[in-house]
Design a protein around this ligand. Structure first.
Ligand SMILES: [Zn+2]
Length: 185
């Protein structure tokens, strides 16, 4: 029991420390000093050709306190809303079929695919692709993605067999096209 309480206290203390570190990491001073001013970061940026004033420094955050804004302005740092960035990316990637390596882009694309698949929006662009009339000629619409209504392929096949036996060239051709066997004479 005592051990359990001790462990809990320990956990709370460590948790407190984590939160403290996290808050410290979220100040604009932290960004200026550790992110934008870090020699390592500056070195890497230079490798990509970003030196001096030829690039913008942007902090993307979900929210910030008002007093951060004048500091950022003074430092020439742009503050971008994470949600705006995400919405912009989402708009940009919506319906885009390019494959992205970037994890964030990839995740957004997958999320939109999942959304489309469950809401039926994926079918919006090409209704013909799934709104299919049964190929037996009955004129009925098939279940999504199917060529025939259930059982109609069998009926159609035996009709084609009958015609093929009579020497109907179109029927023989259609059996070929569908990779169906020719009737045994
Ligand atoms: Zn049919």
């Amino acid at each position: 029991m005592a051990n359990g309480v001790l462990r809990l206290l320990d956990l709370a203390q460590r948790h407190h420390q984590c939160v403290h570190e996290l808050l410290e990491r979220m100040t604009i001073g932290y960004f200026i000093e550790k992110k934008f001013g870090s020699p390592y970061v500056l070195e890497r940026l230079a490798e990509y050709g970003f030196e001096g004033d030829n690039y913008s420094r942007v902090i993307v955050a979900s929210d910030w306190q008002e007093d951060v804004e004048p500091i950022a302005a003074e430092e020439g740092i742009l503050l971008w809303s994470f949600y705006d960035v995400l919405n912009g990316l989402t708009r940009e990637l919506d319906g885009c079929s390019v494959y992205y390596d970037d994890d964030t882009c990839r995740t957004i694309q997958l999320m939109m695919k999942a959304r489309d698949a469950t809401s039926g929006k994926a079918t919006k662009k090409e209704p013909e692709a799934w709104l299919h009339t049964c190929e037996c000629g009955c004129g009925q619409v098939t279940t999504r993605g199917r060529k025939f209504k259930p059982g109609h392929d069998g009926i159609h096949k035996s009709n084609l067999f009958k015609l093929a036996r009579e020497g109907n060239k179109a029927a023989i051709q259609e059996l070929n096209d569908r990779n169906w066997p020719q009737p045994v004479k």
